[in-house]
Design a protein. Structure first.
Ligand SMILES: NC(=O)c1ccc[n+]([C@@H]2O[C@H](COP(=O)([O-])OP(=O)(O)OC[C@H]3O[C@@H](n4cnc5c(N)ncnc54)[C@H](O)[C@@H]3O)[C@@H](O)[C@H]2O)c1
Length: 251
């Protein structure tokens, strides 16, 4: 039995896909989210599929809330083998347009939040002899795009944190990696996604949340035991493509 905490696990997009993938691979999953009702709904689905899952309320900006989730997980399962930091929020504004309050909120959730979760989970993992952490970044960590400046900076910081944690604790059995999703399909973005798939991906396939979940499931598994400090782009080729051309012109 291996136990994983997924922050933002109640999310309708990537959080949900990660939880489904992990349960499918036999992980026991703590679905931790600021929206407890959303976490409960995801857990209901996971249990219906035969999985072991527990919902917990969590605010990653509040260290006490993080400590409570870590303690409740240890009380329930006796161990924590993996942590996936998926809780995150966006902000669509050009660089200088955001307010200081928006800047602070973005960093509190997307960057300090994962750091707080790592900080609180590490002692439990180290006492167990090791563990695996996966952070959820974004393709925006790798390049600039209109209105994404401040969001991108939080994800680039998270990538740097990932490498640092991998270095600092590797000798003590901790692996830490980051998955950078591209544009993930979700209800309501079909029109935008068609344009994105046609012009900004190498593959003509819409990325689904389960694709992100499968990459995370690989990275936290023993199959990835030699992988740490790595950045894995699950973006259908977006980041690797220098020039954009519609598919009709490419084939
Ligand atoms: N959706 C995409 O196309 C996409 C692309 C690249 C990266 N990402 C990243 O993937 C992650 C998931 O994003 P998503 O858009 O798929 O959303 P999602 O559907 O997974 O929902 C995010 C969840 O995070 C939770 N959350 C927000 N603030 C929180 C807090 N302070 N404490 C605890 N939980 C909190 C929300 O309640 C929500 O359930 C984020 O880190 C995001 O930046 C998403």
């Amino acid at each position: 039995m291996s136990v994983c905490i997924v922050t933002g696990g109640g999310g309708p997009r990537i959080g949900n896909g990660i939880c489904r993938a992990l349960v499918g691979k036999g992980w026991d999953v703590v679905v931790a989210d600021r929206e407890l009702a959303a976490a409960e709904a995801v857990v209901e689905e996971l249990r219906a599929a035969g999985g072991v899952a527990v919902p917990m309320g969590l605010d990653v900006t509040d260290a006490e809330s993080v400590r409570e989730v870590v303690a409740a997980t240890v009380a329930e399962f006796g161990r924590i083998d993996a942590l996936v930091n998926s809780a995150g929020v966006g902000l669509r504004k050009d660089g200088a347009e955001a307010t200081p309050e928006e800047f602070d909120r973005l960093h509190a959730i997307n960057y300090r939040g994962p750091w707080t979760c790592v900080k609180e989970v590490l002692p439990v993992m180290l006492a167990n002899g090791g563990g695996s952490i996966v952070n959820i970044g974004s393709v925006h960590a790798a390049g600039a795009a209109e209105t994404f400046t401040l969001y991108a900076a939080t994800k680039a910081a998270l990538a740097a944190l990932t490498r640092g944690i991998a270095r600092d604790y590797g000798l003590r059995g901790i692996r830490c990696n980051i998955v950078h999703p591209g544009a993930v399909e979700s209800r309501g973005n079909a029109h935008l996604l068609d344009e994105f798939v046609a012009n900004r991906q190498m593959l003509p396939t819409a990325i689904e949340s389960i694709d992100i979940g499968n990459a995370v499931a690989f990275l936290i598994s023993a199959d990835a035991r030699a992988i740490t400090g790595a950045e894995l782009f699950v973006d259908a080729g977006t980041t690797a493509m220098l020039f954009e051309q519609e598919h009709s012109q490419r084939v």
